[in-house]
Design a binder for this molecule. Structure first.
Ligand SMILES: [Zn+2]
Ligand SMILES: [Zn+2]
Length: 594
């Protein structure tokens, strides 16, 4: 297993150091610039600035050139601690107002000194100074390869009431090769952007009057979404889960009892008044499932209970964080809760993991990164539940992964939710980007809060273990990921139209209609492309729609009762008997190949 903290500290050091170099370059260009903060982020870094004018795209290459010059000079990073009052005086002198504010706050928190990092050039001159915790590389020459990518507005301290700063983003990698590979991947990602493909392929829309973060599924998109949901749900039912169904709202009293109003209210929408009572849109399905569990006495023989629901939940997201389908305000989870005896925990988790892999494999995801999040043993107060149960659950999660062949999982100490440890599954998509999809979480909170019990073999009441699991996560987000993973070219079993029949001329339409009827009878959603346009144009249109198969019908095909099939993916062309293609396609759809 790999500890999260040791993942790649060097690369973070390089990226953060690069942010300093960016700030230095910005100050060379705009001496009056005021600095915000500049952390390392995934794949790169950013820095926020208050500048005398708005940046234009042409500024970035100029800044990059200055940065390269600083890197070439291999300036030294020198760290120095200053007493807090001296620090404030110094920052005031160099007119860095935002930093002054930040240090004043640190002073209030009880800090008595601040560290500064200076850049020193070959002549021993200080070229740049920034208050910073570090760490940094020793010299700017160790920064590696980088590129400034774009700018965006960002409120100081993320507060909409504070000034809007200009954020410059960059990416950074140890070598030019890694940077080039990453930029190539981003280029490919742009082509696959699900927001654009969603419009091009007629899958979904957003509408201002409906509201942001609320997708409207058009017929083709709703069909794909339905196929995903149907596959997942049926798989759960055939693997020992039972379906349940709960309402979208529940009384505020329930959310108060569950603790959501205390710990989760920022993600919840405001009260809805019904008669004399307050209700809330549900942000999660769990307490409703707990209520059903508690509605009758359970014997140890009835466990495990595995309840699944395609549950639609609503969570508040700031408008600035909304992003296509991957960050929305209402979404449907392929949710399930497993309630089991302590001696069943391992088997249940192992089964859930196996199911996860089967489901994700079906969508062509083959590379997984397993993450186990446990509590911080030095900060137990942050987590609820007794030690024995935590140890049992944490050890079980590790065993399950190891015994399933995942020896190299990431071990995140302190990353557990306050109510229990969890396994998160990240998958790599077809262009190598990682997405967090599935989660399996053990919960010590709800069973206690709601007094969930089962009658044991000893005739006494015992507290069961509760597991939350969602394998696709949010269907909306999963669709977004899937569109990008497939580049919009869905396999035949998911495609809204798996095959389009293209008669070359009007004379061939009669046979084309017969073929269409045959397809329909076989349960295949085929369409005809009428012959009023040129063949070339219709073929191009079908290509644009990324339809898996084109079935072209000309003179020869009518005579032979055959089709000339063009495969979207392989671009191969093959003529075969209509019945043979129909069989093949039916089998491909039933097997969920592709
Ligand atoms: Zn720094
Ligand atoms: Zn849950």
């Amino acid at each position: 297993m790999a500890k999260k903290t040791s993942a790649a500290p060097d690369i973070e050091r390089m990226r953060h150091s690069c942010a300093h170099v960016l700030a230095q370059a910005v100050l060379e260009m705009f001496p009056e610039a005021k600095l915000g903060f500049g952390p390392a982020i995934e794949n790169g870094f950013y820095y926020d600035f208050d500048l005398p004018r708005t940046l234009i795209p042409e500024d970035l290459p100029i800044l990059e050139k200055k940065m390269k010059h600083i890197v070439k000079q291999s300036q030294t990073f020198r760290v120095e601690a200053k007493p807090i009052d001296k620090s404030i005086a110094f920052l005031k002198k160099i007119k860095q107002d935002y930093k002054v504010e930040a240090v004043n706050e640190l002073k209030k928190e009880g800090f008595d000194s601040i560290t500064f990092y200076e850049n020193i050039n070959q002549k021993g001159e200080v070229t740049f100074v920034d208050m910073c915790e570090g760490p940094h590389v020793e010299k700017t020459g160790q920064i590696g390869a980088f590129k400034l990518t774009h700018t965006a507005g960002a409120y100081w301290r993320g507060d909409e009431k504070r000034p809007m700063l200009q954020r410059i983003y960059g990416v950074g990698f140890p070598t030019q090769q890694e940077l080039d590979d990453y930029l190539k991947q981003m280029e490919e990602a742009k082509k696959r952007d699900h927001r654009r493909l969603g419009v091009d392929l007629g899958l979904f829309i957003f509408d201002d009057e409906v509201g942001p973060g609320l997708p409207l599924w058009l017929p083709k998109g709703a069909y794909v979404r339905h196929k995903i949901m149907e596959f997942a749900f049926n798989t759960y039912l055939s693997n020992g889960y039972d379906p349940v169904c709960t309402p979208h709202i529940a009384s505020a009293a329930l959310w108060s009892h569950s603790g959501h109003l205390d710990f989760y209210s920022e993600s919840m929408y405001g009260p809805i008044k019904i008669d004399e009572d307050e209700y809330r849109l549900k942000p999660m399905n769990c307490p409703l499932h707990v209520k059903m569990y508690n509605s009758s006495t359970k014997s140890y023989r009835e466990l495990p209970v595995r309840w699944t629901e395609m549950g639609t939940v609503y969570r508040y997201e700031r408008s600035g964080t909304l992003h296509g389908l991957t960050r929305v305000r209402g979404f449907t989870q392929d949710d399930a809760h497993i309630i089991c005896r302590p001696d069943q925990l391992k088997e249940e988790l192992a089964k859930a993991l196996k199911l996860t892999l089967y489901i994700l494999n079906t969508f062509g995801f083959e590379n997984f990164e397993m993450n186990v999040s446990v509590r911080d043993p030095e900060n137990k107060a942050k987590f609820i539940g007794d030690d024995d149960r935590w140890d049992h659950a944490e050890n079980t999660l590790k065993e399950v992964l190891e015994e399933s062949g995942f020896k190299n999982y990431v071990y995140d100490i302190g990353g557990a939710v306050f109510y229990g440890p969890k396994i998160d599954v990240k998958v790599a998509d077809s262009i190598g980007r990682k997405w967090q999809l599935s989660t399996m979480q053990v919960d010590f909170n709800l069973p206690t809060k709601f007094g969930m019990t089962y009658v044991g073999e000893d005739g006494k009441d015992h507290t069961p273990f509760m597991i939350h699991r969602a394998l696709l996560g949010s269907l909306e987000r999963f669709m977004g990921v899937l569109i990008e993973h497939y580049g919009g070219a869905f396999p035949a079993w998911l495609a809204p139209v798996p095959v389009i029949i293209i008669p070359v001329a009007q004379a061939h339409e009669k046979y084309a209609n017969q073929v269409l009827e045959d397809f329909k009878k076989a349960g295949i959603r085929a369409e005809i492309s009428p012959s009023n346009d040129t063949l070339g144009k219709r073929i191009r249109e079908s290509e644009m729609k990324k339809i898996p198969y084109m079935a072209v019908i000309g003179e020869k095909e009518v005579k032979d009762k055959s089709l000339t099939i063009r495969d979207y993916k392989t671009k191969n062309q093959e003529t075969m008997k209509t019945a043979k293609f129909l069989d093949r396609l039916q089998k491909e759809i039933a097997d969920r190949n592709g």
